[in-house]
Design a binder for this molecule. Structure first.
Ligand SMILES: O=C(O)CCC(=O)C(=O)O
Length: 310
C-alpha cells in the first residue's frame, strides 16, 4: 500500500481555513467576559433559563416542539434520513443493535442537517455547555424498528475522556426527535443528576433500564433533547411497529478531537453560505490538525496576540 498523497487534503484545508478566517474577521466569536455576556443575552432572548437549570440539576433538558424549529422541519428531517437510509454507505451497526440502523456523517449529504446544526436554541445550549468554539462531532441518523434492542446505559464521555471526568462538559449530545418517543417506541432513558458522578456507568448498571432512578423520556415529535457528556443514559428496546427516526448531533469542546472529520468534507459553498459559528462547528478555527504545511495561520495569530482565540 502506498502512502496517501496528502497535498490535496492540505490544500483543501488551507483554503477552507482562509475562507473561515474571512468569516471570523467579519463576525468574530466572543471570548472571555464578552462571551459570558453574549451567552447571557442569547439565553434571555431565547427564553432558555429553565433549560439551563435542568442541565445543571439533571444533566439534560428537553426543548419542546416549536422551540428548536417548526414541526414541519422535523418531518423534513425524518424524510431526509429515511431517503438517505435507502442508499447508506456507512459502516452501519445494523437494525438490531441498540442504536438501530445508524447512518454516519450526514452533514454533507443534505442542507437540512446544516440547518439543524445551526438552529439558535439548541446551539445556545451547546454554547452553555461547551463554549462558542464547540465543534460538531457527529451527525448521525438512527432508525429503529422493533428489532432494535435496548441500548446499554452509558455516558458519552466514556471511551473519549479519561475518568474521573471534570465537572465541566467536554461533549454534549443534541438529539432531534422526529417521531414520538414513548417506552414502546424505544425512547431514550436517563439517570437524572448522574452527570455529577463524573464517572462511567458501573458494569452492574449498564442494563439496569428498570432501575428506579432511570426515567424514560416520553417526549413528542418536534422535541430536542440536550445532555451533558457525563449523563448516564441509554434507550429502552422498541416493541412497537413502525420506525423511530432520530438525528443525533453530538458536539465537543475545541480541544477534543471530533469523531467525524468535518474539515475534510466541508466545501467552500458550505462555508460561504454560513457564518463564523458554523466554521467553528467544522473545526476550522482549531489549532490542529496540520500536514506537511505546518500549523494553520490561526494558531500563529492566537500565539501572537494571546487574545483572539481563548
Ligand atoms: O437515541 C438513542 O437511542 C440513544 C443515542 C445515544 O445514546 C447516544 O447517541 O449517545
Amino acid at each position: 500500500m502506498t502512502a496517501l498523497d496528502t497535498n490535496a487534503l492540505a490544500a483543501h484545508l488551507a483554503e477552507l481555513r482562509k475562507l473561515a478566517m474571512a468569516k471570523y474577521e467579519a463576525e468574530p466569536l466572543p471570548t472571555g467576559d464578552a462571551a459570558r455576556a453574549a451567552l447571557e443575552r442569547e439565553l434571555a432572548a431565547l427564553d432558555l433559563k429553565s433549560n439551563i437549570a435542568d442541565l445543571e440539576t439533571n444533566g439534560y433538558t428537553v426543548l419542546p416542539p416549536g422551540k428548536a424549529k417548526p414541526l414541519e422541519f422535523f418531518d423534513q428531517l425524518r424524510e431526509a434520513i429515511l431517503r438517505l437510509a435507502k442508499d447508506d454507505r456507512s459502516r452501519n451497526l445494523g437494525p438490531q443493535s441498540g442504536l438501530g440502523n445508524t447512518l454516519f456523517h450526514l452533514l454533507p449529504q443534505d442542507r437540512i442537517f446544516e440547518q439543524a446544526a445551526t438552529a439558535p436554541a439548541p446551539l445556545a445550549l451547546v454554547t452553555y455547555l461547551l463554549g462558542y468554539r464547540a465543534k460538531l462531532s457527529q451527525s448521525t441518523g438512527l432508525v429503529k424498528d422493533r428489532r432494535a434492542k435496548a441500548l446499554a446505559i452509558h455516558a458519552d464521555h466514556s471511551g473519549k475522556i479519561p475518568a474521573p471526568w471534570p465537572s465541566v462538559a467536554q461533549y454534549c449530545n443534541v438529539t432531534w426527535v422526529t417521531t414520538d418517543y414513548s417506552r414502546e417506541n424505544g425512547a431514550v432513558c436517563v439517570w437524572p443528576g448522574s452527570h455529577r458522578f463524573c464517572r462511567p456507568v458501573p458494569r452492574q448498571l449498564v442494563m439496569a433500564h428498570d432501575h428506579e432512578e432511570v426515567e424514560v423520556l416520553e417526549v413528542p415529535k418536534g422535541s430536542v433533547i440536550v445532555w451533558h457528556g457525563s449523563l448516564w443514559h441509554g434507550a429502552v428496546p422498541r416493541t412497537a411497529g413502525g420506525e423511530r427516526v432520530t438525528l443525533v448531533l453530538p458536539h465537543v469542546r475545541d480541544h477534543v478531537q471530533a469523531q467525524e472529520m468535518y474539515w475534510a468534507t466541508a466545501t467552500a459553498q458550505m462555508i460561504e453560505r454560513n457564518n463564523s459559528r458554523f466554521c467553528a462547528l467544522m473545526g476550522l478555527y482549531s489549532a490542529y490538525p496540520w500536514l506537511h504545511d505546518g500549523p494553520p495561520a490561526t494558531l500563529a495569530l492566537a500565539a501572537g496576540t494571546g487574545s483572539q482565540f481563548e
